[in-house]
Design a protein around this ligand. Structure first.
Ligand code: ZN
Length: 196
């Protein structure tokens, strides 16, 4: 599986692949506020390190030597809850609370630093990777997505699915979280409707 693409399980037990298209939205799959209804995957700092290994950040270089403190994990979760609320408001055309935007801005300080491995010339992240840097990467990603590509922020078109993603397709025509999942369910539904 490509880093950044996640295997999810629908309420009916169907397993499907979902690419949220951006790191800040991928983070929303790890949990969030109660109304988001996602299980908390990041209970301890080690959970975050494990999760990052398969994340979109690993597309650029492996997420090795991740060291996260408990306070950093708490901040990341606070960012995640805020991001969920902001993204959902935006896709639904609701007003976004300025204090939420301010929180995203405040989180964008620390940066993941890419460097070259002197032995191989390959790209790697300067080590150790800290929780602060992960938070910074997520917040910068959110600022870029919302500020530059806000029109590409989407909620899955299925009535009973609220997965959020960034449409990175060239024509900007992605409607479904996954063709395998909601795209296919919609096809079946419209086929049935045609059959009357
Ligand atoms: Zn969906």
């Amino acid at each position: 599986m490509n880093p950044g693409t996640r295997s999810l399980v629908g309420e009916d037990g169907q397993q499907f692949l979902f690419d949220p298209g951006s790191f800040c939205l991928e983070l929303l799959l790890t949990g969030g506020p109660a109304q988001h209804q996602r299980d908390e995957l990041l209970r301890a700092p080690a959970d975050l390190a494990d999760w990052l290994a398969g994340s979109r950040l690993a597309l650029a270089a492996p997420m090795a030597d991740v060291r996260v403190r408990l306070t950093e994990l708490r901040q990341l979760k606070e960012f995640r809850d805020t991001m969920w609320s902001v993204a959902r408001s935006l896709v639904r055309g609701d007003a976004v609370e300025p204090r939420y935007v301010e929180l995203i801005n405040e989180c964008a300080g620390a940066t993941l630093r890419p460097e070259l491995d002197p032995a191989t010339g390959g790209r790697r992240w300067a080590s150790p990777i800290t929780g602060d840097q992960i938070l910074g990467a997520a917040a910068r990603d959110a600022i870029e997505l919302i500020g530059q590509h806000g029109d590409r922020l989407r909620e899955c078109h299925a009535d009973d699915c609220s997965l959020l993603f960034a449409d990175t397709s060239r024509p900007g025509s992605r409607r479904w979280c996954s063709m395998q999942r909601c795209g296919n369910r919609n096809k079946v539904k419209s086929y049935r409707n045609r059959q009357g």
